[in-house]
Design a protein around this ligand. Structure first.
Ligand code: PLP
Ligand code: COI
Length: 356
């Protein structure tokens, strides 16, 4: 397939694989031997190449650095017991990649090119995909503007790149979450639905403050009233209330997560009652107090299924049922692990197989 795109491949002279500690993989710190890079100029994508992971020279005036024309994706590849490697639903990320591109006035990348770049890179570095449970190869495609020009207009040149690296769980424990009622991540008409770099930069101060108060993450609320639940800092959020799976409906302030879609699809298949709708903070707090909320969790690529153990709101801390005893989220996690590691049938066609 790689000859379709005409990817030039320059392999590393010395692999770092042997010196990598696969028993100690904090998220996002270890990178595989190679990376993918392509350029956009004169209205087309070109120079498709795989090269050793390392620094790239950039002009200090590039508009990505000054005005934030930059966005990314997050995907995972898994190793099956028989050595085969699959990437989980990368076509969905390819579609979202182009939604982000459109919103930021950046060029789209054909989904086929996106898939081919990732599959070729992962295949080349297939020995970097960990085999251990809850471990995977994290794939980070991204695009940024490269015109060396300080005018505030869309760049005419861009780079598309893909990095990969073996990872363990993003969250190593059950989450203590704060419902954010002062800061906002996104607003109506804004670009919260895009995986824009700026969404994450702007979230760092509120996140840091929450961390200093002893929380692991925020639940963002709507920017008008701070009365409705939106999502977590790095995942969508779901609750089981009176046996119904409830999650905020997606809108322009919320990232439409691939994992969110995956969990909703499984739940629908299991005949679980689902409501995608506006969810007020008051409803959640009342539901916890009345014992009607039996499960609460974040859903995301890096986060996987992250149990929420405690929720803080207006100075009060509310404790949810013991995560180890929760039926629904644990069933989802097990089902997804079995599917992703090739231990059960891929009935939805979610595993994109790499190589042979
Ligand atoms: N919301 C935000 C803000 C995220 O960063 C992520 C992670 O990608 C998600 C939701 C979950 O999206 P996905 O399941 O596609 O990874
Ligand atoms: C992901 O889940 O892939 C993310 O992008 C979340 C995060 C690490 C920012």
């Amino acid at each position: 397939m790689s000859d379709q795109l005409n990817i030039s491949i320059k392999k590393t002279a010395k692999s770092r694989l042997a010196e990598t500690d696969f028993d100690n993989l904090p998220f996002g710190k270890t990178f595989s031997d190679h990376m993918f890079m392509a350029d956009y100029s004169d209205g087309e994508w070109k120079n498709f190449q795989i090269l050793p992971y390392g620094e790239i020279g950039i002009n200090p005036a590039i508009s990505a650095l000054h005005y934030g024309q930059s966005f990314f994706e997050g995907i995972k590849a898994y190793k099956h017991a028989n050595g085969k490697i699959s990437i989980f639903r990368p076509d969905k990320n390819g579609e979202r990649f182009n939604l982000s591109a459109q919103r930021l006035c950046m060029p789209e990348l054909p989904v086929q090119t996106f898939l081919q770049s990732i599959a070729t890179l992962v295949d080349l570095d297939r020995d970097w995909v960990p085999g251990k449970e809850n471990h995977s190869l994290y794939i980070r495609p991204f695009m940024f503007a490269t015109d060396p020009f300080l005018g505030v207009i869309p760049s005419t040149s861009y780079k598309y790149m893909v990095l990969t690296g073996p990872v363990g769980p993003y969250f190593s424990k059950n989450l203590k979450i704060k419902i954010e009622t002062h800061y906002s991540r996104a607003c109506d008409g804004g670009f919260g639905f895009a995986k824009a770099a700026g969404n994450y930069g702007g979230a760092m101060l509120p996140n840091l403050k929450a961390t200093q108060e002893g929380f692991d993450q925020l639940i963002w609320t709507d920017s008008r009233e701070h009365a409705y639940i939106e999502e977590l800092g790095a995942a969508n959020v779901m609750f089981l209330m009176d046996g119904t799976l409830i999650t905020p409906s997606t809108r322009d302030t919320i990232l439409k997560g691939v994992t969110r879609d995956t969990v909703l699809t499984l739940a629908r298949n299991w005949n679980v009652n689902i409501e995608e709708r506006r969810i007020s903070v008051d409803e959640i707090i009342a539901g916890i107090k009345q014992g009607r909320i039996t499960d609460a969790f974040g859903v995301g690529t890096a986060a996987t299924i992250a149990h929420i153990a405690e929720i803080g709101h207006n100075g009060e801390l509310y404790t949810l049922p013991d995560p180890a005893q929760r039926v629904f989220s644990n069933k989802v996690l097990n089902t997804l692990n079995n599917l992703r590691y090739g231990r059960s049938a891929d009935e939805f066609g979610w595993n994109y197989m790499v190589g042979q």
